[in-house]
Design a binder for this molecule. Sequence first.
Ligand SMILES: [Zn+2]
Ligand SMILES: [Zn+2]
Length: 387
Amino acid sequence: MSNISATPSSEAYHIEQYVIPAPNQTWERRQAQPAPLDPRAVRIKVMYAGLCHSDLHLWQGGYDIGRGQTYNFQDRPGHEYPIVPGHEIAGQVCELGSAVTPEDGLAVGDHVAVYPFIGCGECPQCLHKRDNFCEKPLQRVLGFQRPGGFSTHTTVPDPRFVLKVPVGLDLRTVAVATCSGLTAFSAVQESRSALALSSSVRGRARLLVVGCGGLGQWAIRLATTILPVAKLDVYAADCREEQLETARTCGAMATVHWAQGLSTDEVKERTLLVCGDRVDVVIDFVGSSQTTSHSLGVLQQGGTLLVVGLYGGALEHPLPLLPLRCHRIIGLHAGSTAALAELLALIHENNIKSPPIQLFNWHQLNSAVVKLSQAKIHGRAVIEVLP
Ligand SMILES: [Zn+2]
Ligand SMILES: [Zn+2]
């Protein structure tokens, strides 16, 4: 049976969306006509879209990769300005392609989360539903290479990237779960084996979360919920003292102020005073030259550093210390569709709170972008898209 009879016509509505015309230009509001749906595509009426630091990088045109160089989006395949940004999307199914069947489990009107990290669909990673590990340069990530969620409607190329939301789950929380929540969840899951090893060797495991913005707050709440708490101590570090109090309310046992200007030795001394002489795993949600250096400095012999943040810069580190200290460095970006489904269920079942959400209306998007760029958003910014 086809769902097409329940599907409104593409002609029945207009699309209003924000675009980044070119790097560093003010985001503009534009009208568009809905394109005909591909047979397997799903059209979403966007209700909430989260604003992410990656949107700022897209606006600025790239990432600082240190030594005076920039990783430019325009040098990468498929990144062509103007771009409709927005990859933290929650909304309602409004139209199904002609080849979407009841077996796909979606119906017009369903409340859904959109998985944005869409890969090529053909490489070995994508065929194993590990789209965030896609091996082809031409990924199709929503809000980067494909039009994203700062739009009244967005199109997802396949129903497997559209996840029905558990009844009663707040759609603002759902929106911020799709990137910041998913990334923090994946990092916490990735740290599990290293922490388990430490707790079996030392009796307890010590995790340090670096950066207590939205991702760090997610990570503290998730770690204290899903990891074996009886054997785990979670600590947090940030250069902003006000964020440390937030980290403690999220469940961090103690916090340490990594004030700007401290040397790596000074950071190590004050961190080990707080964390009781060792740190087994660091999750760095900042990802700057300074935080990764400090993180490696505080790590215990055999410790693991997960670099998640995309602040930018280059890592300067004495190479012999890597083998001598048996340190592992892992980079991590987002997570799989299965991980997002698992996270949404976990949030629902355990009533896990998202970081504080600052809600902006559709007309305030540019001021939200400016506030985020000035570090004036505490938690996550979410745009309520036109009703
Ligand atoms: Zn993001
Ligand atoms: Zn792929």
